[in-house]
Design a protein around this ligand. Structure first.
Ligand SMILES: *Cc1c(COP(=O)(O)O)cnc(C)c1O
Length: 450
């Protein structure tokens, strides 16, 4: 075999050949040359032009950004790995508007004096939940921490063993509670907690709170019992004990009309007598990442005095975006069309089917592709409605080299994230947007007809 090393071009030759930024060209060339050195080690033959063609294509698809869009063909709406909620146009417009000029972020225009960033969302949250007051922080994990640190540091807090939830990303509610300085007292058993389990601890002088964690990402079936909020409320009546619920995904509206099982809304929790409720803004709410705490004015005021709030402080762009999303709730019929997350959550199966058929008609124009529509399952995700499977439709593609197809779709310009099981590839139409149908078609066409 001839000396393959001679076929590797010199860096200078490569740099002379391209007009693009030499730093970028050099980076790309080095990674391509590494690939070819590996080929040489494995005694794989190649031509110098192959190297240039690889460099060409990497330069063509080069982006300086590490964060980019993907097409979610998994059918999981609030996909934590893929960025959870997709934002509405209005909320994006507000980010641009507030970010592109000065704003009254911490300025009271009426008084001509310093104001507070925490005033901005209060009115709309009150309207939507009936709460006395509200506070927004970076995410719900920060909300949980802030509540417990403010009210339970060095004190005892009761929580049912059935609610010591791990919520993904190995985030455990019990660990957060410990870090906040609260001393957790677990009550009940994993599957059953009774009122008397709480009653047994209620005379503890160092007791500061009863914490309820919504079992949003799993559900207990079979022999199980938990205690109703109203009974807990009665139990702590006349005592200086906080009743707090971490609602997790926290919906503002009842989703039963859309085929989901009943889950308490934020407003329902407050009506049941919970003093403070916290929830995420980028799960069922359909907004950007944030956490909102709602409830009694005196408690919210207490948390605002906690120095830690500064570490959990939301950015103005978050405020701009979340405010717009919450305002959309005032007209839910319009929101169902304009907020992509809410649209997908409430979409009826016929609409999904039509989108799937449209995609199939396109794909069938491609030579040699073996595709059909099948009924499949979609999920809300983000730890919401764990047992509720949404009936959806997917394109099933059969191919002798499914691993290669999956990889090519993922690494293509549109970064299509599909699922593979039973040796087939699936594109779930629930989370694919209409405007992405052509992109998927182009990508598949390139794969099959190249
Ligand atoms: C998702 C979730 C959290 C964390 O919320 P983030 O906004 O992701 O920080 C906390 N508790 C429960 C029950 C959750 O489901």
């Amino acid at each position: 075999m001839e000396n393959l090393y001679k076929k590797l071009p010199q860096m200078n030759e490569i740099l002379n050949r391209y007009d693009e930024n030499p730093v970028i060209v050099k980076d790309i060339a080095n990674s391509v040359l590494d690939d070819y050195r590996a080929k040489i080690a494995n005694k794989v033959d190649f031509e110098t032009e192959d190297i240039y063609s690889d460099i060409d294509s990497m330069i063509n698809s080069y982006t300086p950004y590490s964060l980019y869009n993907v097409i979610n063909a998994t059918g999981v709406i609030l996909h934590t790995n893929l960025g959870r909620a997709v934002l509405s146009r209005k909320s994006l417009e507000r980010i641009e508007k507030i970010g592109s000029s000065y704003s009254n972020l911490e300025y009271d225009v009426k008084k001509g004096a310093r104001g507070s960033r925490y005033t901005h969302l209060v009115d709309i949250v009150k309207k939507l939940t009936g709460a006395e007051d509200a506070l927004i922080v970076n995410n719900n994990a920060a909300a949980v921490f802030l509540v417990l640190n403010t009210f339970c540091q060095g004190k005892n807090a009761l929580i049912s063993r059935g609610e010591l939830v791990e919520i993904g990303g190995s985030f455990r509610i019990s660990e957060i509670m410990k870090k906040s300085g609260a001393n957790i007292i677990e009550v009940g058993a994993t599957n059953r907690t009774h009122l008397y389990d709480y009653e047994n601890e209620i005379d503890d002088e160092n007791l500061s709170a009863i914490v309820k964690v919504h079992k949003s990402n799993f559900q207990m079936v079979g022999y199980n019992e938990s205690v109703d909020t109203k009974d807990l409320k009665e139990l702590i009546a006349d005592r200086d004990i906080l009743l707090y619920e971490d609602l997790g995904s926290g919906s503002l509206i009842d989703l039963t009309p859309y085929g989901y099982s009943y889950e308490k809304t934020v407003g329902d929790c407050l009506n049941d007598g919970i003093d403070l409720v916290s929830f995420s803004c980028d799960k069922l709410i359909g907004g950007s990442q944030a956490g909102i705490i709602v409830g009694k004015k005196e408690y919210i005021a207490e948390m605002k005095k906690n120095q830690l709030l500064r570490a959990f402080r939301v950015d103005k762009l978050t405020l701009a975006s979340v405010e717009a999303t919450l305002i959309e709730y005032l007209d839910f019929e319009t929101m169902k069309e304009e907020n992509p997350t809410i649209r997908m959550i409430t979409e009826d199966e016929d609409t999904t089917k039509k989108r799937c058929q449209k995609l199939l008609r396109k794909i069938q124009k491609i030579k040699d592709v073996d595709a059909e529509i099948i009924e499949s399952e979609g999920k809300i995700g983000g730890g919401s409605y764990p047992l509720d499977i949404k009936k959806t439709y997917s394109i099933k593609i059969s191919d002798p080299n499914i691993t290669k197809l999956e990889r090519q779709l993922r690494l293509s310009d549109y970064h299509i994230i599909s699922t593979v099981h039973d040796g087939n590839l699936y594109l779930n139409a629930l989370t694919i947007f209409d405007k992405q149908i052509d992109d998927i078609y182009e990508t598949l066409k390139e794969y099959y007809e190249k």
